[in-house]
Design a protein around this ligand. Structure first.
Ligand code: UD1
Ligand code: UDP
Length: 374
């Protein structure tokens, strides 16, 4: 093993797992590296769904998820346990992705041990520390620590340079989410049964246009979630529409959505979909309504218009490309923007153009080559 660079990749939630499995695959196949994986399991079921499909067996599983966990309880546990794994593994580099509590604590624990950190999906900034909350500050903390910043786009690289990050440490690599999407699409092509579980919903809603929905942002808990639910209720009154909504396992999301949307004829409130089935939902949806980060990146790549139910976005590229629109969390605005797209063919056509501002599917290979040279 000696001579190989030891990389410890750390993640804990669904989106980190989706965006890091392509990197882990490339690292594992590359003899220059000894690849180790530690999952915090900040998420459990939603993380395991991705590990299963990607065939990743972590070397360390901290199993930290608690029901309705608080940010401080989670962060404290993460720091303590991730530090112990680093002491045992003594990695040359730690890799974290994005902006979750796991990524932030992973970067801090590495910094306390003077282990250099590579940040995948570096440089996203909304400019507002309360939207998204707490992710905007998590990213800034990681940005202050990282020695290698893998920015998905030139916009993200520019944001880091504005914060006086050493330009030599910033590289535009694209976003690994596009690698993940290509990988899963190829798998589905070969093994169509991987995404066959939506067939019943597809039959139930035959002849209707499908709106795919996801929602989970902490800053939307309370009023924002209520408004999103009421917009969906109103859209579901139209006989030509059907809503397919895989509901995030966070109890703060489920309580509102089950109460406000449960039992409606045109709404399928379903459990979180594994990645192949979510890719299928993206394929059959006319339109996506979401507050998710990852969905904002995937939908444009597939030419699906996205209405982003947030006040700000740190992913302006989709909006600039014309495939995403920020609509906030006002119910009237969400309904009006959705109906405009549904009822005005030209407006729909203008948004439904495939754009790939977030990458070309080769990001993981680029990041691994960078890790070999640093
Ligand atoms: C977390 C991230 C957020 C990311 C999101 C992706 C932080 C602070 N938040 O938010 O940045 O966008 O994941 O989905 O890092 N739960 C389950 N099973 C699961 C997953 C979650 O039951 O598989 C429930 C648990 O009750 C858990 C709660 O959801 O306590 C919240 O999970 P947590 O990871 O703290 O926050 P998210 O809202 O999921
Ligand atoms: N996703 C999934 N199943 C679902 C909903 C989403 O596999 O039921 C995927 C989606 O394709 C995207 C990622 O999860 O890649 C987004 O995760 P999430 O919205 O939880 O987090 P965010 O991206 O907002 O951090």
């Amino acid at each position: 093993m000696s001579g190989r660079k030891r990389i410890l990749t750390i993640f804990g939630t669904r989106p980190e797992a989706i965006k890091l499995f392509p990197l882990v695959h490339v690292l594992e196949a590359d003899e220059r590296f000894d690849s180790r994986v530690c999952v915090s399991a900040q998420h459990r079921t939603m993380l395991d769904q991705v590990l299963d499909i990607a065939g990743i067996v972590p070397d360390h599983d901290l199993d930290l998820m608690q029901p309705d966990q608080t940010l401080d309880g989670l962060t404290a546990a993460l720091l303590t346990h991730l530090g112990k794994v680093m002491d045992a593994e003594r990695p040359d580099w730690v890799v974290v992705q994005g902006d979750t509590a796991t990524a932030m604590a992973g970067a801090i624990a590495a910094y306390y041990r003077k282990v250099p950190v590579a940040h995948v999906e570096a440089g996203l900034r909304s400019g507002n520390i309360h939207h998204p909350w707490p992710e905007e500050v998590n990213r800034k903390i990681i940005g202050a620590i990282a020695a290698l910043h893998c920015a998905p786009t030139e916009t993200a690289a520019r944001a880091l340079r504005r914060e006086n990050v050493d330009p030599a440490a910033i590289h535009v690599t694209g976003n690994t989410v596009i690698d993940a999407l290509h990988w899963i699409s190829a798998r589905i092509e070969r093994e169509s049964q991987l995404a066959a579980g939506l067939a019943e919903i597809e039959r139930r809603f035959a002849g209707k246009r499908i709106i795919g929905v996801t929602s989970h942002r902490r800053e939307n808990f309370g009023e924002g979630m209520e408004a999103i639910a009421s917009a969906i209720r109103r859209l579901a009154e139209r006989p030509d529409l059907a809503i397919v909504f895989p509901v995030h396992l966070n109890p703060n999301v489920r309580a509102v959505m089950n109460e406000r949307l449960g039992g409606l004829d045109n709404v399928a409130l379903i459990e979180p979909l594994d990645y192949p089935h979510f890719a299928r939902l993206l394929a059959i949806a006319t339109l996506m309504l979401t507050d998710s980060g990852g969905v904002q990146e995937e939908a444009p790549a597939l030419g699906k218009p996205v209405l982003v139910m947030r006040e700000t976005t740190e992913r302006p590229e989709g909006v600039e490309a014309g495939t995403a629109r920020l609509v906030g969390t006002d119910a009237n605005r969400i309904v009006a923007e959705a109906e405009r797209l549904l009822d005005d063919e030209a407006a729909y056509a203008a948004m439904a153009r495939a754009h790939n501002p977030f990458g070309d599917g080769q990001s993981a290979a680029r990041i691994v080559d960078l890790l070999a040279t640093v």
